[in-house]
Every structure is written in C-alpha cells, then in structure tokens.
Design a protein around this ligand. Structure first.
Ligand SMILES: [Zn+2]
Length: 360
C-alpha cells in the first residue's frame, strides 16, 4: 500500500489536539461519549470504540477506515456498516482497536473534519417539545452557518442513515434530537471556530440548587452497594424539585440508558439504601444504578465504572438547563428497549454473519 501516512503530519497533531480539547470539556464530552474524525485520500481516522476523546493525544485511539466502501455499505443496508470493523485499513491500524459505533455517520458526512459530542446545552434544547423554535432562535446568532436537525434514532446504522440523507446538503452543524451535536468543516481551524461559536449560541443557564448533604448521604449509603456521587455537581439532579421531576420523567438520551439504565431509584424519607435494595430484591426487581435522595444528593452503585459515574454529571448538567414547566420529549419504551438490548442485537448479527460465512 502506498498511502501517505497522515499521522506524521501537523494536521494530524492538530486533529488530536482538538479531539482531546473536546474530550476534556465535561459540558461537551462525558466519558467515552463523543467522537471525531478526519478524512484524507479516501481513508478516515476515527475515534476507537470505548476510548476517551480526552486521551487522544496521550494514547493511540484513532482507527483508519476506508470511506467509500463504508458509505456504500450503509446505503445498501449491508449489516457490516453497523460496526464498521470490516472497513478498517489493517496495515495502518497501529492500535488494533475497533472504530466507534458512530463511524458510519462520520463517513457519510462529506466534510473532511467532523466532531460529534454530547454537548449538554444542545441536548437540553434538543429534548424540548418546542425544540425547533428554540433551536432556530439560538442558531440565529450564527446565521452564516447552515444547520439541520436529525430525528432521534438509535446510534449505529439507524442514526447514520438519517445523517446520510441530511449530509447531501452539506450542513455545517447537525443537531441530533435527544442525543447531541455534530460540527463539520473543511479544516480543523474551521471546525474549532464553529464549535466555539455554536457552543456560545446554545449556552443555557443552569438552575440554582441547594448544596448536597454529604454526611447524611454517607449515613444513608452505609452497608449498601452505593456511595455518594464523588463529583460534587452530579448531586444537582436530586437537589431541586424541578430537576428531580425532569430526571424521573423518562430517559433523555442514549448514553444515559446504556450506562445508568432506564430506572432511577428514589429513596423515601428515612429509608436507607440497604433497605431500598432489600425491598427491590424481595420483589425480584433489578436495583437501579443511580438513587435520588431528595434534597440530599445522588447515590451511585459501586458497580459503575468511571464512564458510568460521569453519566450522573451529564444528567445533572442537562436537567439543570431545561427550563421549569417545559414539555420534554423522552425516549420511547421501544427506543429504550433497543438501547438496553443493543449488545444482544450486535451479538446476534455477528453470529448471523459468521454462519453466513461458513455457508459461503
Ligand atoms: Zn453520540
């Protein structure tokens, strides 16, 4: 293969720098969420699945895939577009990692530079019933940028197909309902500038809350598989009646469901986390990973990884920006089902493909 190696260039260094910048801003990226890509000579470098954008400069987390065959697969309904692993340029893939599950939409976007992240300001607007009006109002301040909205679809090929349709008009910004945002451009500078301006345009005010009561939370958590959220600002979900009502109304975006599940527990006055757990066990029900102790704070399951814990912070940032009395559009039960059974779905498809190959 005679491809020039983009990784040796300053452009690639800049790409990694922008990636880690996006990944280091908690208001843009939480845990392994978000992904960036850069296309060059038919090859796209995209963040690896499960890795943290924040580590883009410190670790080898970009995976090379061939663009055109992947886009054709997406258009043709070829199931290999879902994981995109069959489109990896193996001889360049130094990390040996798999590309992000969101790789196919990066490929479908025509611009060379694409940044997708879970901007809490964008999500807080993109879950409102009147989101079209609200977003149009905010985006008026960046009137030189073209933008579109994308209806909610499960990440992977369902979302990529919607984005592929919208990509034909080459929008600069795509706002994904109940999910996040995509900012694209021809150069890294252009994308960095657009991110800054769009972030400003969408910025919302966070509702004030009382402070968490960590001593009481410690006492309530004792002897249970829960601990008070370690991140101070994560507690805000529990510290205002409006925040609690919005958070308990349903699931707002996919990463919350994938990491924290569809249920948030609420402790009654005087109830300990251990009692709450025991009561659910007796009823044969699953114990949620996140518990709200009204006006005290948030307890998180000790089974959560760092990537799961940070989802509590994301929820706090999103619900805190949704104005009280807003009508919120939550994910439907079938959306939730799709997300919670996603692994099984992928596994089944993998098995299917395996058996098809054996037959071939
Ligand atoms: Zn995403």
């Amino acid at each position: 293969m005679d491809r020039p190696d983009l990784r040796e260039t300053n452009v690639f260094k800049e790409f990694l720098r922008l990636s880690s910048e996006i990944g280091s801003d908690i208001l843009k990226t939480q845990g392994a969420g978000g992904n960036t890509s850069i296309k060059d000579d038919g090859v796209m470098w995209v963040k690896a699945s499960g890795t943290w954008l924040a580590k883009a400069e410190a670790e080898d987390i970009m995976v090379p895939v061939v663009v055109d065959p992947l886009v054709s697969a997406l258009r043709d309904g070829d199931p290999r577009a879902e994981k995109s692993t069959d489109f990896i340029v193996s001889e360049l893939n130094s990390s040996g990692l798999r590309p992000s599950i969101e790789t196919s939409f990066h490929a479908a976007i025509k611009n060379p530079v694409v940044a997708h992240y879970h901007c809490v300001n964008a999500i807080a607007l993109a879950v409102l019933e009147n989101r079209d009006i609200e977003l149009a109002h905010r985006m008026r301040t960046v009137a030189d940028l073209t933008w579109v909205t994308i209806p909610y679809r499960r990440p992977g090929t369902p979302l990529a197909k919607e984005i592929e349709k919208a990509a034909a008009s080459r929008p600069d910004v795509l706002i994904l309902f109940n999910h996040g945002i995509i900012v694209c451009g021809d150069t890294l500078e252009e994308v960095a500038d657009r991110i800054e301006r769009v972030t400003k345009a969408l910025a919302g005010v966070t509702r004030e809350t009382i402070s968490p009561d960590l001593a009481t939370l410690d006492a309530i958590a004792e002897g249970s598989g829960f601990h008070p959220a370690r991140d101070h600002d994560s507690h805000a979900v529990a510290l205002s009646e409006v925040n609690r009502a919005i958070a308990l109304g349903g699931s707002l975006y996919p990463d919350h469901v994938i990491f924290l599940g569809t249920e948030i527990g609420v402790l009654q006055d005087g109830q300990s986390a251990a009692d709450f757990q025991a009561a659910l066990h007796n009823e044969g029900r699953d114990v949620p990973k996140m518990l709200i102790v009204p006006d005290k704070g948030v307890l998180l399951s000790s089974s959560l990884t760092a990537g799961g814990e940070v989802m509590a912070r994301c929820l706090a940032e999103v619900v805190g920006r949704i104005p009280s009395e807003s009508n919120v559009v939550y994910l439907s039960e079938s959306d939730e089902y799709e997300l919670t059974n996603w692994e099984a779905e992928q596994y089944r498809q993998a098995l299917d493909r395996g058996s098809a190959r054996q037959r071939a």
